[in-house]
Design a protein around this ligand. Sequence first.
Ligand code: PPS
Length: 574
Amino acid sequence: MTDLIAPYGGELKDLRLDEKAAAEARQEALELPSWDLTERQLCDLELLAVGGFSPLTGFLGQADYERVVGEMRLADGTLWPMPITLDVSEAFAAERRPGDRVALRDPEGVLLAILSVSDCWQPDREAEARAVFGTDDRGHPGVAYLLERSGPMYLGGSLEVVALPSHYDFTHLRLTPAELRARFQRDGWRRIVAFQTRNPMHRAHVELTFLAARQAEANLLIHPVVGMTKPGDVDHYSRVRCYEHVIKKYPEQTTTLSLLPLAMRMGGPREAVWHAIIRRNYGCTHLIVGRDHAGPGKDSRGEEIYGPYDAQELVTRHADELGIEMVPFRMMVYVQERAGYAPVDEVDESRETVMNISGTEFRRRMREGLEIPEWFGYPEVVEELRRTYPPRARQGFTLFFTGLSGSGKSTMANAVMVKLMERGGRAVTLLDGDVVRKHLSSELGFSKEHRDLNIRRIGFVAAEITRNGGVAICAPIAPYASTRRAVRQMVEEANGGFIEIHVATPIEECERRDRKGLYAKARAGQITGFTGIDDPYEAPVDPELRIDTTDVSVEEAAQQVLLKIEKMGFIDLR
Ligand code: PPS
């Protein structure tokens, strides 16, 4: 382990062991208990290892943690706004004592580091949420992660890093703090303004960064986060392809692009202070802090969690200690008469026409394949995003039929499949209840647990089909609302549509049909736990479509489904 003193940004911690020490650590780790790092812990470990989180030398111990949560300071008084903690399960923590050494591994089991445990404690996570994020509302993604996903116990201690988490994407753009500092020095850059982003960049961002660089008389570092950002954000692969287009818009030799493997917490003001310290470590002299920096959006009551300029205020309050200057920015808007961008507070809206496209409006236009004006986005960037988010007519989707046995799910699903195949142009897969039970779930029975597992497997396959632009048609009973909700979420996260069709044929009619003779057997007690007889069916409250097949022909029912999909924009019948 070495401490580098670099000309930019002060002392830089480097927690990586040299080759010999790393070999010894690998040997030692064979005998140590192992903890498999979560996605977020992997990001934190990487930034700790390379000094992005200097002066930290490991996961926070209890004294540091408590002061960071309460006062934004480490126990020795150094400004540090964000608790960087190793959260683990109760069972794992129960076996750990101060002085223990723990092997930290990636999800494949590769050894990344050894933690020397200094503390093991149970944090009050609700209190942490209120202090760090200013709220315990689970609509805040940082709070939701802390209260619903992170482990209940924390381990603190110093790290000896054997290997960095491996990345195979955009490796030429992943510069460490030492590498970026060296590059700045090589190129004679003495003032560097960093731009933090988790979104694709459009013209407004480029104009803003131009102005900021000019104002600070500095070169520019585009430093997007590629670790974890807000759930629902554009994936980093698409974004980096966009940044590679955007970087060409800047005058040569003035601007560079590097990726930051940070796991954001969406912590607004505190996060802005943290971002400033991180950018100082990466050798920057300035950081742009714009409107609603690292903002989490609205809480579960629909209210803004932070004020739009709270982040700027908190950074200003700590300006003396940060070792990096803030370049504050108001929102940039397009001014029609000037045919250019300006900060909103420099425009007189009574005389000039201000134009802007909100994120929501931009997504709507993308979804519906509508035009994006050139004053808003660069055509290359829009094109790149259209590849990731094709208009609905080219997106994959899942048709999820749910209903009692004998309600007509499979018949309708088959008819719709054939109609879609007849039209052509889309790969269609039928995941019928019986077929799935034969090929995917042959070992499962009909307990709640088994039914849920069966449906989740269907959801997983349907989401993959949807992600790849195909059509998945599912037709299980799927009697539980919460499981159907989980499937909807999986599919929607795969950038596609989810259309729930409740086949609402009443049980009397299903039993009258009794094609497989199962109702008779259930009545006779030869089958138990039969849906609708002695097992529950929770009818969907708000499905996209509800059809009772008692008096409707198969053709008519299939037609209703096709019209619904067309109305939603997923197919074009004309
Ligand atoms: S579930 O609840 O969604 O997992 O059920 P699914 O995979 O769709 O399987 C339903 C088919 O299995 C037959 N079957 C039963 N259904 C309900 N309850 C019990 N106990 C049961 N035992 C066997 C039945 O033929 C169902 O087929 P469909 O096509 O729905 O008639």
